[in-house]
Design a protein around this ligand. Structure first.
Ligand SMILES: [Zn+2]
Length: 895
């Protein structure tokens, strides 16, 4: 019972016989909602990552929401989330979790991102805290790490408060109904709602009252009158943001039951997606009082019977009255400035207002004359000429054509300017399965055919979509809401009597109006574009300018305006515009659009099928609307199309400065200056720094994950046990903004203490001349030379004492020479050069091989006669071979 959102209202049309309707529930029956148990003892916080825990730089995220739920638990909450996302048209994926503890791996990091920089969801919704608690610790950690690394917001839609996961302590269950109020923070998140809204949780809601836990970073959004919170944002301190709601939701039920499930989800989705999402929403209402110009039935409230066919017809005054009322409504009621009415009319009704038996000029003072006078105040809608029942008996093609065409002729004759031949409303929705009616309508240009939404066959297949006619899919059937302002009622007395007669109730007119508008309020709050059916009887001035339709509209707008801010207008659309909206929505739903968003709202959209893609929160292209303070862009896209929407220019940190190194024992300590600006010179703080390094490689290596040594928020890094090898370093900064871009690397090259430019061996008379040239001699103390008779043999030191550096600390280096006169003809020698630094560390270079030929200058070099051979110093060798004569410092080794 409680799930039956709507009874089937009586179809309000003049030739529809009274039916026995399903009674409306006298009030919403309280329904069971899941009573949440406290989650098991806390499931852990974040766990460390694998390897170096690095910031995700340049993140891009799919514009898709992840919904995690447990079927069978809090399904009303899931229905609320699902409805809200479906209404907006915001893409989402669902992961079902069974009740109870889940095995590790149910949700893994690879379900959430690609391991590089591409996230798959830009908001995460969990239906209840039970789901959140049931996830395995590893899974929960993976979700939390993902949210932290990608700045993805999380909403738990129904929460038992606990301090660890939600920053909240439960202070018990409230007494319902519970009035709640927006805090200042809540007014920001729900900026479309009245700041002074009273949001009442009704008897059929479950939930908990909470208080922020001591020390927890919590922003309360919605509170009761003594400051207990039911909706809050919790920031655990690692960058994550978690919205938690401690009240259940149910959908759909007729307002005011679960009214929060109708008005809060937009703000929650908007918050979670940071106001940029695929899809859109508008509030719509347009009443259509049928059978204008015609005679119709009227309820006799005294005798409780219908006066058929000749019971009522509008007076000219009623049209004047409606115009006056509309103008007052537009100017005096918030969000009603765009109010408009469509007038479905039957041309044959005008015949009695014309001379010459209905063929001559319109007689002044008649209803038809008044309609002509006021025609510009309304949109006119073809309701067929005589209101023919196309089904009983089935009308043939010519009859169908006449009914439509003759009313088009009437519209032209009466000078209706806001009129289109593209829309049609048949009498009592007849003929919708009549092939002749469909053919005739199509031939006459009809493309939108109104249908009865309260008939199961004609409900919107999904929010704001229509139904292509099966006989001709170019005609769109546009569902239209019925309501229980009865077609035959012209006064409150008639409405009340008829209502109570049908439903066997004894309600007052006020109650009936309240019940009836509550139902329509649900449609309004669901942002439904469907028009609403009334009847010409309902715009009868029953006294003081009041009408049933006017009472209904004022009640509806009053309820809406008790919730919504004054800048969220209710829009009235013509049927053809409603139909086009529906086509647009259907194309959008079928577009298979996907979006990827990067920092600065740089967005890439891809479609499979053509559609105009609604994108809220973005101003791009030639079709941008501002609604309720938010931009909505409609991006025209073809099939298999890609559109790139540029965002704000990225802010990339400038290359770091002041990179230097000192030695600390066997460690090398790098340090640098704090990054304070971006590449454009604007202020920017580094979130973190990365130190990359490679050993004995190209100093211009590409910084990559494989050579990342550390990621640190500090301004120094100690590279332990690094002094004995040549290392090249690159240090980058990562920006403290959502781009998280990495700067160009600053580099520091530590080949070792001495950079050797060349080391050569050459023959001379009775000696081998060893020459070397340094490029730098940072911290160099001096050199030793060694010789062996094989490359692996025992080495003999040639110099008796250290050959001192001639250029200690120099960045320029110096040339050196050594004359080994202890050589024997015919023997091959291998030479090593060793540099020794100020810290006692030595580095060996070589060997060079040389065969000392007897009595001649013919030398046979081994393959390694020249060192270094690594790529890094090849360039520096060229042109640096220094002759013995030029060598400034020459030592000799004599036998
Ligand atoms: Zn009608």
């Amino acid at each position: 019972m409680f799930l039956t959102a709507l009874s089937t209202p009586v179809s309000a049309d003049r030739n529809v016989p009274p039916v026995t309707p399903v009674p409306l529930p006298s009030e919403n029956v309280p329904h069971p909602a899941p009573h949440l148990q406290p989650p098991p003892p806390n499931v852990q916080g974040l766990t460390g990552g694998i390897g170096i825990n690095t910031i995700v730089t340049d993140p891009v995220i799919d514009m898709k929401v992840l919904v995690i739920r447990s079927p069978g638990h809090a399904d009303g909450v899931y229905a609320t989330i699902q409805a809200a996302l479906d209404i907006l048209g915001t893409p989402y994926g669902v992961i079902d979790i069974s009740a109870g503890s889940q095995p590790s791996g149910t949700i893994q990091a690879s379900d959430l991102w690609d391991g590089v920089n591409h996230g798959y969801y830009y908001a995460i919704f969990v239906t209840t805290s039970n789901v959140w608690a049931w996830l395995h610790a590893n899974d929960k950690a993976a979700i939390e790490a993902y949210e932290r690394d990608f700045d993805v917001r999380h909403v738990t839609w129904y929460t038992y408060p606990n301090p660890t996961d939600y920053g909240l302590n439960s202070v018990g269950s409230p007494t319902f109904p519970l009035d709640t109020f927006l805090t200042t923070g809540g007014q920001e998140v729900f900026s479309y709602l009245r700041t002074d809204i009273t949001l009442t949780m009704s008897f059929d809601v479950w939930g908990y009252l909470a208080q922020p836990a001591t020390g927890a970073d919590v922003t309360s959004l919605l509170e009761d009158d003594i400051g207990n919170t039911v909706l809050a944002i919790f920031r655990p301190g690692d960058g994550r943001e978690h919205m938690v709601f401690t009240m259940s939701s149910f959908y759909p039920v007729i307002p005011p039951s679960n009214i929060h499930a109708r008005v809060l989800p937009y703000g929650m989705i908007n918050w979670a997606t940071r106001g940029v999402f695929l899809g859109e929403r508008h509030a719509y209402f347009v009443p259509q009082p049928d059978d204008i110009l015609a005679w119709g039935d009227r309820w006799d409230a005294v005798n409780h019977v219908y006066i058929m066919d000749t019971g009522y017809r509008l007076a000219p005054h009623d049209l004047d009255n409606v115009v006056t009322w509309m103008n007052t409504l537009r100017t005096s009621v918030p969000n009603a400035a765009g109010f408009m009415m469509e007038m479905p009319f039957n041309g044959d009704g005008s015949e009695q207002d014309r001379e010459d038996d209905g063929t001559g000029p319109v007689i002044s003072g008649t209803l038809t004359a008044k309609a002509m006078d006021l025609e510009a105040e309304f949109t006119w809608l073809n309701h067929t000429y005589t209101h023919l029942d196309f089904d009983h008996p089935p009308a043939n093609y010519n009859e169908c054509r006449y009914e439509i065409d003759q009313n088009n002729q009437t519209a032209a004759f009466l000078g209706f300017t806001d009129y289109t031949t593209a829309t049609l409303l048949t009498g009592a929705y007849s003929g919708l399965t009549n092939t002749h009616l469909i053919s005739a309508a199509y031939d006459l240009g009809v493309r939108y055919l109104l249908a009865n939404e309260s008939d199961l066959r004609y409900k919107n297949p999904s929010p704001n979509t229509g139904i292509p006619h099966p006989l001709n899919p170019e005609i769109l059937q546009v569902p239209r809401y019925a309501n229980n302002i009865f077609y035959a009622a012209t006064t409150p007395a008639e409405e009340t009597d008829l209502y109570n007669h049908i439903y066997s109730t004894s309600y007052t007119y006020t109650t009936i109006l309240d019940i009836t508008t509550n139902q329509s309020l649900g449609f309004l709050l669901d942002f439904s574009v469907d028009p609403t059916m009334f009847h010409m009887n309902n715009i009868n001035d029953y006294g003081g300018g009041q009408t049933l339709l006017g009472d209904f509209t004022e009640s509806l707008y009053g309820k809406y305006n008790a919730l919504y801010n004054t800048d969220v207008p209710i829009i009235s659309l013509r049927t053809q515009d409603i139909g086009q909206k529906m086509w647009d929505r259907m194309a959008y739903n079928n577009s298979d659009v996907s979006g990827i968003i990067a920092c600065g709202n740089q967005i890439t959209l891809n479609t499979t099928n053509a559609a105009a893609i609604p994108l809220t929160g973005i101003s791009y292209g030639g079709n941008v609307e501002n609604y309720a303070g938010q931009n909505i862009s409609y991006i025209p896209m073809g099939s298999s199309d890609t559109v790139s929407i540029p965002g704000a220019a990225p802010k990339t940190p400038a290359q770091i400065t002041g990179l230097s190194a000192t030695r600390d024992g066997d460690d090398r300590v790098l340090s640098w200056d704090a990054t304070t600006q971006d590449t454009g010179g604007a202020p920017l703080t580094a979130l973190t720094y990365r130190v990359y390094g490679i050993e004995n490689g190209n100093p211009y290596f590409e910084p990559a994950a494989g050579n990342l040594l550390a990621e640190t928020t500090g301004l120094a890094f100690t590279h332990t046990n690094a002094i004995n090898a040549a290392w090249a370093y690159a240090v980058t900064a990562i920006g403290d903004n959502c781009w998280k871009r990495e700067s160009e690397p600053a580099r520091h090259d530590y080949p070792n203490v001495v950079t050797l430019a060349s080391f050569t061996a050459s023959p001379a008379e009775g000696a081998v001349i060893l020459e070397w040239k340094t490029a730098t001699e940072t911290d160099n103390l001096g050199f030793n030379l060694y010789r062996a008779e094989s490359s692996t043999g025992p080495r003999t030191q040639l110099n008796e004492s250290l050959l001192p550096s001639q250029s200690p600390g120099s960045m320029l280096g110096a040339p050196y020479g050594f004359r080994d006169e202890t050589v024997t003809e015919g023997v091959t020698y291998y030479y090593w050069l060793e540099d020794v630094d100020l810290y006692g560390e030595s580095t060996s270079h070589g060997p060079l091989g040389i065969k000392f030929a007897p009595g001649s200058s013919v030398i046979a070099f081994s393959s390694s006669q020249t060192w270094p051979t690594s790529e890094r110093n090849l360039l520096s060798i060229v042109g640096l071979l220094v002759s013995l004569a030029a060598a400034t410092w020459v030592w000799r080794k004599r036998g």
